[in-house]
Write a protein that binds this ligand. Structure first.
Ligand code: NAI
Length: 251
């Protein structure tokens, strides 16, 4: 895969899980990465780890559900590093509740963090790239639950389905500027978002072809590919990284 040296890429939710592994892989390929996360301590720790391996990363504290903060993040990145080539809109949360208990607060919490943040990331990133004349790349984290409904996930299903369509719609409108937009749809990935319960984790793992949870680095490698030149003909897609989940019916 081609090198990403001289590319400046923002990773939201970069301090943990899928985002963290993506930060490690992008920086290993030479990219300068801004680790944008609510959890500033973890972001700083990861930035130090990257620096100790000879890579370039900076921590940036943000709440991605706030549009003005996302705009400031993009402005800061381009002002600090002199350019801006890409964003991985990845930060997300889950909040499982039956639909009949899905009060407006619970609904909006997930929609704000998992859906509106992706709009802010696409909108402000694309405007900056066009302003700079950069033919950049945007990648968004959707989910298998953007395609299939899951119990207790009305809010999450709605947000992730929106992310799938935002990737297509943005790709369509930004193609004339040379900007590509894609997504990944992870299956059940072994990260803190799944919680601690071994029973829950085992039940999720069973739904994969190999009966195991997927390691976050397996999602990160697809995301990293999407940022490279080799993926220049991939546009408007959301690529499942789900060990077959969307392709078969569990017994
Ligand atoms: P994680 O919990 O390990 O990482 C999420 C990161 O996002 C954390 O560092 C957290 O501090 C950050 N974050 C949360 N809310 C934020 C906010 N408002 N502003 C800034 N940062 C915020 O979880 P994971 O699994 O790495 O999740 C990453 C993405 O992958 C999410 O969008 C999630 O919905 C998605 N996903 C995860 C799956 C899984 O099984 N782990 C499956 C499908 C999708």
């Amino acid at each position: 895969m081609s090198d990403l040296t001289s590319k400046v890429i923002v990773v939201t939710g970069g301090a943990s899980g899928i985002g963290k592994e993506t930060v490690l892989q992008l920086t290993a390929k030479g990219a300068t990465v801004v680790i944008a996360d609510f959890n500033e301590d973890a972001a700083k720790q990861l930035a130090s780890e990257v620096e100790s391996k000879g890579g370039n990363a900076s921590a940036y504290k943000i709440d991605v559900s706030k549009g003005d903060e996302v705009k400031q993040l993009i402005d800061w990145t381009s002002d600090t590093f002199g350019t801006f080539n890409g964003i991985f809109n990845n930060a997300g949360i889950g909040l499982v509740k039956p639909l009949l208990e899905m009060d407006p607060e619970s609904y909006h919490k997930v929609i704000d963090v998992d859906q509106h943040s992706v709009y802010y990331g696409i909108y402000y990133a694309a405007k900056k790239m066009v302003e700079l004349g950069v033919q950049g790349t945007i990648v968004n984290t959707a989910s298998i639950y953007g395609s299939v409904a899951a119990t207790g996930s009305f809010n999450y299903n709605a947000a992730k389905a929106a992310v799938v369509m935002m990737s297509k719609s943005a790709a369509l409108e930004l193609a004339e500027h040379g900007i590509r937009v894609n997504g990944v749809a992870p299956g059940f990935i072994d990260t803190p978002i799944l919680g601690e319960s071994p029973e829950v984790k085992a039940a999720l793992a069973e739904q994969h072809m190999r009966g195991e949870l997927i390691k976050p680095e397996k999602v990160a490698s697809v995301v990293t590919f999407l940022f490279t030149e080799e993926a220049s003909a991939v546009n408007g897609q959301t690529i499942p990284v789900d060990d077959g989940f969307l392709s078969f019916k569990v017994k």
